[in-house]
Design a protein around this ligand. Structure first.
Ligand SMILES: *Cc1c(COP(=O)(O)O)cnc(C)c1O
Length: 421
């Protein structure tokens, strides 16, 4: 559920007309709904009610500080995967003790920054990384709290680029070696082993892979405890999928996911962490674009729009589907016609949708890409020297630009020309 609905024939973001925002900030732009962000966070928080837990928003999904602060004020922690994200979360007001640090390639510099300014835990992904965290912690005279990410060798049944829990993926240590690696970690004086971490992939549309992974985590918890480790926190990652179309089978709900967690792990008495990203932000954001040209091709019509693959790369990168709607609501009974919806970038990959049924549109009409809140703005680039597009946050009847569109001068002046030229 989201808060982007038609009202009197026009698309609204909460109580603000999308066309009104477009008139104020220009297209293309991203717009997020505070109410939807909070609702999704609350669904997870409620799903784990009665269990000691922390919902750590995986901020790589959408990392604008206004979004982070909105969620942090509701009680969310953060899952970060780089020093930049760590600093961004701190700048948004998130205390170190609510930030977990994930990622396969944390550098000594990143580890030092987090240990210096405060961190809830590192989710360690390899033995060499374990040694570096230990060394940095000893150098700083602190003890680093860690979990170790285990790879449970479970098929997440999702797109290959976002599956992370199979043995061939680069993530975590094989669960079969956990015993050995935990023993090594326990012997390092700069580390305190507090738990286990697992994350098997993104956009999972079934509970079964989670169940298989969490059963393995439960077994491992008992085993590691019997080997003398004080396992008291389980970080279960993110990955719950969202409906990208309104027609297909809906993925499981957070409440069902929470129940699965309680059923498979509740008896262990551990503190539970989850790291949802996509489900919190995905359907809380739209990408709004304007039709530049309608071009008639051979046997097909193209809508050439002012958003492009550099603004929203998911269709090009993951063959992702986004529902696309007209901002002006089509009257009931309006005849639909198929369009290929494409951006202006000079490659055929810059195609958002093929033969998509839309009402007849003309130059200057606004369209909205739904479910664009996660892995949208954060993955954008300035390819073709197209400025990063604005982000707008709506809250009730107010809206604010939370990242302005840079000027061309700002972009161009970032380059420096060497003296010899
Ligand atoms: C990407 C990621 C997440 C978030 O995944 P979603 O599918 O967006 O919920 C959580 N934890 C880790 C370690 C990740 O890499």
């Amino acid at each position: 559920m989201d808060h982007f609905l038609y009202r009197d024939g026009a698309l609204f973001a909460e109580d603000v007309s999308v066309a009104e925002i477009a008139a104020a900030v220009g297209t293309p732009f991203y717009v997020y709904s505070t109410a939807t962000l909070l609702r999704h966070f609350q669904l997870f928080d409620d799903a784990l009610a009665g269990t000691d837990h922390l919902v750590c928003y995986a901020m790589k999904a959408a990392s604008n500080q206004a979004i982070l602060r909105t969620l942090a004020q509701a009680g969310a922690g953060m899952d970060v995967v780089s020093e930049g994200e760590y600093r961004r979360a701190r700048a948004a007001g998130v205390p170190g003790e609510k930030i977990v640090f994930s990622g396969v390639g944390k550098t000594a510099r990143e580890i030092r920054a987090a240990l210096t300014d405060g961190i809830r835990q590192f989710n360690v992904e390899s033995e060499p990384e374990m040694d570096v965290i230990n060394a940095v912690a000893l150098d700083l005279g602190v003890v680093a709290p860690i979990t170790i990410r285990v790879n449970p060798d479970v098929d997440a049944k999702t797109h290959a680029k976002i599956a992370t829990g199979k043995s061939e993926n680069k993530f975590g240590i094989p669960i079969s070696r956990a015993s050995e690696v935990y023993a090594r970690a326990a012997a390092l004086p700069g580390l305190e082993v507090i738990g286990i971490d697992v994350h098997i992939g993104s956009q999972l549309t079934e509970l079964e892979p989670f169940r298989l992974a969490y059963e393995k985590v439960a077994e491992l918890t008992e085993q590691l405890r019997s080997e003398g480790h004080n396992i008291r926190r389980l970080d279960l990652g993110g990955g719950l999928g969202i409906p990208y179309t309104r027609s297909n089978d809906a993925p499981p709900l957070p409440v069902e996911y929470g129940q699965l967690i309680k059923d498979s792990l509740g008896h262990l008495g551990c503190e539970i962490e989850i790291e949802p990203g996509r489900l919190i932000a995905g359907n809380a954001g739209l990408l709004i674009s304007d039709v530049i040209y309608v071009k008639s091709g051979e046997g097909r019509d193209f809508l050439i729009v002012d958003a492009a693959m550099n603004d929203l790369i998911r269709p090009a990168m993951y063959e992702a589907h986004h529902d696309i709607v007209a901002v002006k609501e089509p009257a009931p009974g309006t005849e639909m016609q198929p369009y290929d919806i494409v951006g202006p970038v000079c490659e055929s990959g810059d195609t958002f949708a093929k033969q998509r049924n839309m009402p007849r549109l003309k130059s200057g009409d606004l369209i909205a890409f739904r479910s664009a809140g996660a892995y949208g703005a954060v993955m954008s680039s300035e390819y073709n020297t197209r400025p990063l597009i604005p982000e707008v946050l709506v809250n009730g009847d107010q809206f604010a630009v939370i990242r302005p569109r840079p000027t061309f001068d700002e972009i161009i002046n970032r380059d420096t020309i060497p003296e010899w030229l």
